[in-house]
Ligand binder design. Structure first.
Ligand SMILES: *[C@@H]1O[C@H](CO)[C@@H](O)[C@H](O)[C@H]1NC(C)=O
Ligand SMILES: *[C@@H]1O[C@H](CO)[C@@H](O)[C@H](O)[C@H]1NC(C)=O
Ligand SMILES: *[C@@H]1O[C@H](CO)[C@@H](O)[C@H](O)[C@H]1NC(C)=O
Length: 476
C-alpha cells in the first residue's frame, strides 16, 4: 500500500541523467544545440532533483526505511519509532503493511527462501516432527507422534505452535498458498523443517545439504504454562505495567540471573557454573542464584522470579542452554541492559539484536570470539547504537562491564531504551508482527518446498483437521 505510492519516484530515480549525457555526445551536436541541451539537462536535473527531495521528504516522514537484501545485523535499518496500538494489535495487516510496519522482520525467511528449492523429507507416522498440510486456509495433521510418547512440555509446544499458525491463517486478509509442512517442536534443529532456533553463523556445506531450517516464533509467543511465565500476553502486559512505573535509573543497580546450572550447551560447557562462581564474591552488583526447584511436579522453584520482575533490575544476565533460551524474548522486553556471551542460537528476531562487545565499552583488550561468533555478529556496534551487551564467554569481564555501565549511566540507559523501544515500541514482538511473520513464512516456504516423492505421493493422506487434533492430540 505505502510501497505502491512511492514506486513511481523510485523507478524514475537517477537513471534519466546518464542516458541524456551519452546520447548528446554520441550525436556530436553543434555549440548551440549543446547549449540548449545543457539547459534542458539543467532543467531535467532540477525536476528530477525536486522529485527526489519530495520523494525523500514524503518517504522518510511516512514510512520507515524498507530492509535491503540480506543486511548484516549491524547495518540493518530498523523501525524504532513507537507504533500505535491500532497497528500492534491488528492481526490482519496485509503484506505491504507488514513490511512497512516491521522492516527487516522476515530476514530469516527471506534468507532461507533465497537458498532455493529443497526436498522435504517424509517422516513416518509415529516418529519425527509433525507433518501437516495447509489447504484452503485449513490445517490438517498428517503425521504426528503419539501424545503418550511426548512429555507434557513437548505436547504443549506442539499445540501452541499449531495454534499460532492457525491464528495467522484465520486472520489472513488474503488467501495463502496451500502447502505441506514439517514442524519440529523440539529444541534441537534438524532436517528440513520449521524450527524455533538455528545455530548462528553459516552452516557447513555438509549441513547445508541436509538441513533447511525455517525459523518460527517460539511457542511461548502463544503461552508457556510455567507459573512464572504463563501466556505471552500475560507476560507482556505485566512487563508493560511494571515498566510504566519505573525509570531506568530507579531500577535495582544489579545484574540478575536465575536458572538451572545443569542445563549447559556442548558449545559452552560449564557456562552456568562459571557464572555462579564469578558472581558469588560481589553481591553488591549481582543477584545471581541457581533455581531451587521444589522437587515435586509443580514445576515451580522457591526462588523463581515472575518473569516481569527481571525488569526491576538495570542489568539482566542471559544464558543460552542446550540450544537457544526460550526466556530470551521476555528479557528483551525489559528497559534493562541484557548482558550475555555472544548469542550462538538465532530465533526468528535475534538478527535485530545490535550488540556492543564489552571491550568497546571498557576499553580493554579485544577478546576473540570464535569463528562462528565473528560470522554471525562481525564486530558489533558502538555503545551508542547498541541494544545489548556481549561479554566474554567465560564471564571474566562481566563484573568490570557492569561496573563500567554503572559509571556510564547515559550509555547504559541508551542500550536499555533501544532494546525496549525496538522490540516492544517498534512492535517486533507484537501480535501483529507475529501474524505477519507466520504468513510470510507460509508464503516463503510454499514457494521452495518440494515434498519427498512429489505432491502426488501425499495426496492419499487427508490428515486430521486442526480443530479436532487440538482437542484429541491424536490421529486415530
Ligand atoms: C486491520 O488492518 C486492516 C488492513 O488495513 C483493516 O482493514 C482493518 O480494519 C484493521 N482492523 C482493525 C481492528 O483496526
Ligand atoms: C508442591 O509445590 C507446590 C508449589 O510450590 C506446593 O504448594 C506444594 O505444597 C508442594 N507439594 C509437595 C508434596 O511438596
Ligand atoms: C511458586 O513458588 C513461589 C515461592 O515458593 C510461591 O510464592 C508461588 O506461589 C508458587 N507458585 C505456584 C503456582 O505454585
Amino acid at each position: 500500500m505505502l510501497e505502491k505510492r512511492f514506486s513511481l519516484p523510485m523507478s524514475s530515480r537517477p537513471i534519466s541523467l546518464p542516458i541524456i549525457h551519452t546520447s548528446s555526445s554520441r550525436m556530436g551536436m553543434g555549440m548551440r544545440m549543446k547549449h540548449r541541451q545543457k539547459r534542458r539537462i539543467t532543467q531535467i536535473t532540477l525536476i528530477v532533483g525536486g522529485f527526489l527531495v519530495f520523494y525523500c521528504f514524503v518517504f522518510l516522514w511516512t514510512t520507515p526505511p524498507s530492509p535491503s537484501v540480506k543486511p548484516s545485523p549491524s547495518k540493518q535499518q530498523l523501525s524504532q519509532r513507537p507504533l500505535p496500538p491500532e497497528i500492534l494489535n491488528n492481526l490482519s495487516l496485509d503484506e505491504d503493511q507488514c513490511n512497512a510496519a516491521f522492516p527487516g522482520l522476515t530476514k530469516e525467511i527471506d534468507d532461507a527462501v533465497a537458498e532455493g528449492p529443497f526436498t522435504m523429507k517424509r517422516y513416518s507416522n509415529n516418529q519425527g516432527p509433525l507433518q501437516g498440510r495447509i489447504k484452503d486456509g485449513q490445517i490438517y495433521i498428517i503425521h504426528a507422534q503419539r501424545r503418550r510418547d511426548l512429555s507434557a512440555e513437548m505436547s504443549n509446544s506442539r499445540t501452541a505452535s499449531l495454534h499460532q499458525l492457525n491464528r495467522a491463517l484465520l486472520t489472513s486478509p488474503s488467501p495463502l498458498p496451500d502447502t505441506i509442512f514439517t514442524l519440529n517442536f523440539q529444541d534441537t534443529p534438524f532436517g528440513t523443517a520449521w524450527v524455533y532456533s538455528r545455530p548462528a553463523g553459516p552452516l557447513s556445506p555438509q549441513q547445508q545439504q541436509q538441513q533447511r531450517l525455517f525459523l518460527i516464533p517460539h511457542f511461548s509467543f502463544w503461552s508457556w504454562p510455567l507459573p512464572f511465565i504463563k501466556s505471552f500476553y500475560s507476560a507482556t502486559s505485566k512487563i508493560t505495567t511494571l515498566e510504566s512505573t519505573l525509570s531506568f535509573r530507579s531500577k535495582i543497580p544489579k545484574a540478575v540471573w536465575r536458572g538451572t546450572t545443569w542445563f549447559n550447551s556442548v558449545l559452552s560447557p560449564h557456562l552456568r557454573q562459571k557464572l555462579l562462581q564469578t558472581t558469588a564474591s560481589s553481591p553488591d552488583i549481582f543477584d545471581v542464584q541457581k533455581l531451587d526447584w521444589t522437587g515435586n511436579k509443580s514445576r515451580n522453584a522457591t526462588n523463581a522470579l515472575p518473569i516481569q520482575d527481571f525488569c526491576k533490575y538495570k542489568y539482566v544476565i542471559h544464558t543460552e542452554g542446550i540450544s537457544y533460551s526460550g526466556r530470551f524474548q521476555f528479557l528483551q522486553m525489559c528497559r534493562s541492559v541484557v548482558l550475555t556471551p555472544p548469542i550462538l542460537w538465532m530465533q526468528h528476531t535475534t538478527h535485530l539484536v545490535r550488540p556492543v562487545f564489552s571491550w568497546e565499552l571498557t576499553g580493554n583488550k579485544k577478546w576473540d570470539g570464535t569463528e562462528r561468533v565473528k560470522a554471525a555478529w562481525e564486530r558489533g556496534v558502538r555503545g551508542e547504537e547498541a541494544n545489548m551487551v556481549f561479554v566474554k564467554p567465560d564471564w571474566s569481564d562481566l563484573e568490570e562491564t557492569v561496573r563500567w555501565l554503572e559509571g556510564n549511566q547515559e550509555v547504559a540507559e541508551g542500550i536499555a531504551d533501544r532494546q525496549r523501544e525496538l522490540f516492544v515500541g517498534g512492535g517486533y514482538f507484537s501480535k501483529a508482527a507475529e501474524m505477519c511473520y507466520w504468513r510470510a513464512l507460509v508464503r516463503g516456504w510454499a514457494g521452495v518446498v518440494r515434498p519427498e516423492g512429489g505432491e502426488e505421493a501425499w495426496e492419499g493422506e487427508e490428515g486430521v483437521g486442526f480443530e479436532e487434533f487440538s482437542l484429541t492430540n491424536s490421529l486415530e
